[in-house]
Design a protein around this ligand. Sequence first.
Ligand code: GLU
Length: 238
Amino acid sequence: MCGIVGFTGCHQAAPILLDGLSKLEYRGYDSAGIAVRDGEGETEVIKAKGRLKVLSEKTNDGESVPGTCGIGHTRWATHGEPSENNAHPHVSDDGNVVAVHNGIIENYKELQEELAAKGKEPISQTDTEIAAMVIDDCYTGDPEAAIRKAISKLVGAYGFCIIFSDIPETIYAVRNGSPLVAAHTDRGSIIASDMVALVSHTKHYFVLKEGHIAKLTKDEIIVKDENGEVYGPYIHHI
Ligand code: GLU
């Protein structure tokens, strides 16, 4: 399981994502990528095999990818060779769901067959792309309902950050077995797979509980439990 960073706020997201991912490099990885969205525009996805430095160079340290909402990932391949195509973020076949994922979806082959029966084919070899397609397949306008339905089908360990194309400036997150911590600051909302990516932003954070869904916007983070009830997360102080 490698690195996840997500940010939505009133600053450019790409440099924050690249900086956060650099703090997670110690975990090891084979490729990296970011997806950034400028307002209601299309989400731009940039990936690179190898060091984070390659991604930074490709994006001029993030400056060539404008937008205040984005998700980033450093990948340690479990399904599919290390390559630019298999690097995260992954986009669902219709472009509606963009996701980064830490962990392994054990039943992705069965899910892939179900999607194939509906004429939906992935373009990568990853379990993650299948998960993004499953979330999209469950989506009928309510992102939390789609995530909840999708995770009821997924078997395995996961931490996901997800952007829906029709919900700008918003990141959704859910996890099972793979950590995610988040914080709201006066610059916006930030989430990561490890506290080390947050410490330069804040000293106050919370741990997303398994099965809870976090909705991050620039103004706040709302967490809902398994029953869809708002859950006030317990804030830890460093
Ligand atoms: N299983 C996913 C993949 O191979 C995620 C690996 C990771 O946690 O970095 O793409």
